[in-house]
Ligand binder design. Structure first.
Ligand SMILES: Cc1cc2nc3c(=O)[nH]c(=O)nc-3n(C[C@H](O)[C@H](O)[C@H](O)COP(=O)(O)OP(=O)(O)OC[C@H]3O[C@@H](n4cnc5c(N)ncnc54)[C@H](O)[C@@H]3O)c2cc1C
Length: 578
């Protein structure tokens, strides 16, 4: 049952209490309640995903779901040193389904070596690519694209899940870029080879993007893992609009089975887990709850007026994220996003088409501004002889893992659309960054917004790679097939100095924070959780969300989180024999 607030909850104890009804939390809730004898409560701070939710449901409207909406926590970063001290909105889903309800829908499993590195680093081969295959398939149900076209030359259906929970599909509507992107992989094959399916474990090259879209609408953890048939389970309660404030340790021990939350009337109430509390509040929320509960670096906790229950300096450190920048060009084509963006009647017709048939351009994960996704992605490496490798060892997880990504979009992705002109945009993303940031509490208001510093482009490698990725996007457009299409760059950014200034002025985040409660081997001496995701030094407490990833995948992060949550559910079932 889904409750709007805690006043309608009748139980005060559940077998498991899950903090955060987001991407990971709803997977675990679903899997644990497959056993009718096990009771689960999910406590979600955000709002329902079904009211006023067009911006969540329509794939094309994904950039409107956040920021500055009730669906977002509306965080802001600290001034980013490498970005001329700019602060950046740091979007996080504040809604059932968490960030899977507000993200930009790209489906990426990451390269095999990303998972193998985690397995080797943690000493648990269960995290290896091969051993994770059943969990990858358990998550996914590949569905036909909205326009029902034959997609056999776009992705390899046989490597995708066909009986999982979370729907995805290849692009549902063709764009005028599609043929040209594919022709480029023929004209510049050495630099931009075609990859028939980037989710095979080998992701290098340019390929067709899969998105978490089912029947033309967003598929989120809320629409899939908490579909009506699951939400109706008598052993599952989900309470919305209820923020967890901290966990309480049992009489001066380090057993954390009681969750304190803020009720609608603003009282602090408590609920207890008979077996375990599972923190799934995401890379920001999870470590904030840990620190408010006295789990963290003791000196920092003292400075915030919080008694230390479990000293662990790793909590909130190791924040890793993907920086992104876009470049746009004027193009010789009127079939771009600008067409509907400048024509309210057409936009209304397209919305009507989506509402009646779930097809048409709105099916696309087109973004009206900021970061753009389109029908293709590319995963690419710096040349082996790049000068930066004289300074640092290759930070990618292996020789088949990308350093950067290109994303191709059929329009302009800036907030203010000029009155004339049609555009295309290629976004460049550093996907193997070496800079690390942190999430800390705010000394003047520890339970208010945390201090988030993703430290974007905070290393020489990241800056070097961003520059190379930006130039790579330009190189892509030197293929002859673009000659009659690309008219001129939107901005004249030519000299080394201009490129650097452009990067520092325009880089943002693609919202993939991970690593703040990192998983390490049992005897590592640092890190926050063990390979079974139990919090080091604590009893009754596990973490299942993006925060446990020790390294950032060279991938958009929702599918890695789904994979972690599927395996975690099995680990938890194993612990309790359920
Ligand atoms: C704007 C945006 C675009 C993105 N685009 C993509 C993309 O295209 N493809 C992709 O793969 N990934 C994308 N991502 C990243 C991906 O969505 C996330 O990595 C993933 O969803 C994180 O899952 P999670 O379970 O760790 O956290 P979340 O899904 O964010 O879940 C955390 C949940 O906990 C709740 N919560 C937090 N604190 C508390 C508290 N104290 N009490 C109660 N509840 C709490 C939150 O409200 C939220 O529901 C994007 C993310 C964003 C924000």
């Amino acid at each position: 049952t889904i409750h709007d607030n805690s006043s309608t909850l009748t139980e005060t104890e559940y077998d498991f209490v899950i903090v955060g009804g987001g991407t990971a939390g709803l997977v675990v809730a679903n899997r644990l309640t497959e056993n009718p004898d096990i009771s689960v409560l999910v406590i979600e701070g955000g709002v329902t995903n079904t009211k006023d939710a067009l911006n969540i449901q329509v794939p094309f409207f994904c950039t409107r779901a956040t920021p500055d909406t009730p669906f977002d926590w509306n965080y802001t970063t600290t001034p980013q040193q490498a970005l001329l001290n700019r602060t950046i909105p740091y979007r996080r889903g504040h809604v059932l389904g968490g960030s899977s309800s507000t993200n930009f829908l790209a489906y990426n499993r990451g390269p095999a070596d990303d998972w193998n590195r985690i397995a080797n680093f943690t000493g648990d081969q269960g995290w290896s690519w091969d051993e994770l295959q059943p969990y990858i398939l358990r998550n996914e149900i590949l569905t036909p694209p909205a326009d029902k076209h034959d997609f056999s030359n776009q992705i390899i259906a046989s490597i995708h899940g066909s009986s999982g929970v979370n729907g995805d599909s290849p692009p549902g509507y063709p764009t005028s870029l599609d043929d040209r992107v594919i022709r480029t992989t023929q004209e510049l094959t050495d630099d931009f080879p075609f990859n028939h399916d980037m989710n095979s474990g080998y992701h290098l090259g340019i390929g067709w993007q899969v998105s978490t879209v089912r029947n033309g609408s967003r598929s989120s953890a809320a629409t899939s893992y908490l579909a009506t048939e699951y939400a109706n389970r008598p052993n599952l309660d989900v309470v919305l609009n209820t923020r967890v404030t901290r966990l309480l340790a049992e009489n001066s021990s380090t057993t954390f089975k009681t969750v304190q939350f803020q009720s609608e009337s603003d009282n602090q109430e408590e609920i207890t887990a008979r077996k375990e509390v599972i923190l799934s509040a995401g890379s920001i929320g999870t470590v904030q709850v840990l620190m408010l509960s006295g789990i963290g670096d003791s000196e920092s906790l003292a400075s915030w007026g919080i008694n230390t229950v479990l000293d662990n300096p790793s909590v909130g450190q190791n924040l890793t994220d993907h920086p992104i920048i876009g470049q746009s060009w004027f193009v010789n084509n009127t079939e771009t996003w600008e067409k509907a963006a400048r024509n309210a009647t057409l936009a209304a017709e397209q919305l009507e088409e989506w509402q009646t048939t779930r097809t048409g351009p709105l099916r696309l994960t087109y973004l009206f501004y900021l970061d753009a996704l389109g029908n293709h992605q590319g995963w690419l490496r710096l040349p082996d002889n790049s000068s930066i490798f004289e300074q640092i060892a290759d930070p990618a997880s292996g020789p088949n893992s990308a350093h950067y990504e290109l994303i191709f979009a059929n329009g302009l992705n800036f907030a203010t659309l000029p009155p004339t002109g049609n555009f295309m945009t290629i976004s460049s993303v550093v996907v193997a960054p070496t800079s690390r940031g942190s999430v800390l509490l705010n000394a003047s208001d520890p339970s208010g917004d945390p201090i988030i510093n993703p430290n974007l482009l905070g290393s020489d490698f990241d800056m070097f790679t961003m520059r190379a990725a930006l130039l790579s996007a330009r190189h892509f457009l030197t293929a002859p097939v673009w000659n009659d299409y690309v008219l001129s760059p939107m901005f004249n950014v030519t000299t080394d100095e201009e490129v650097e200034t452009y990067i520092r002025n325009n880089t943002r985040t693609i919202f993939h924070p991970i690593g703040t409660a990192a998983m390490t081997s049992v005897d590592a001496g640092y890190g926050v959780v063990n390979p079974d995701l139990k919090v080091k030094g604590a009893e009754g407490l596990r973490i299942v969300d993006a925060s446990i990833l020790p390294f950032i995948p060279a991938a958009h992060t929702q599918v890695p989180v789904y994979i972690v949550a599927e395996r975690a559910s099995d680990i938890i079932k194993g612990t309790w024999g359920i």
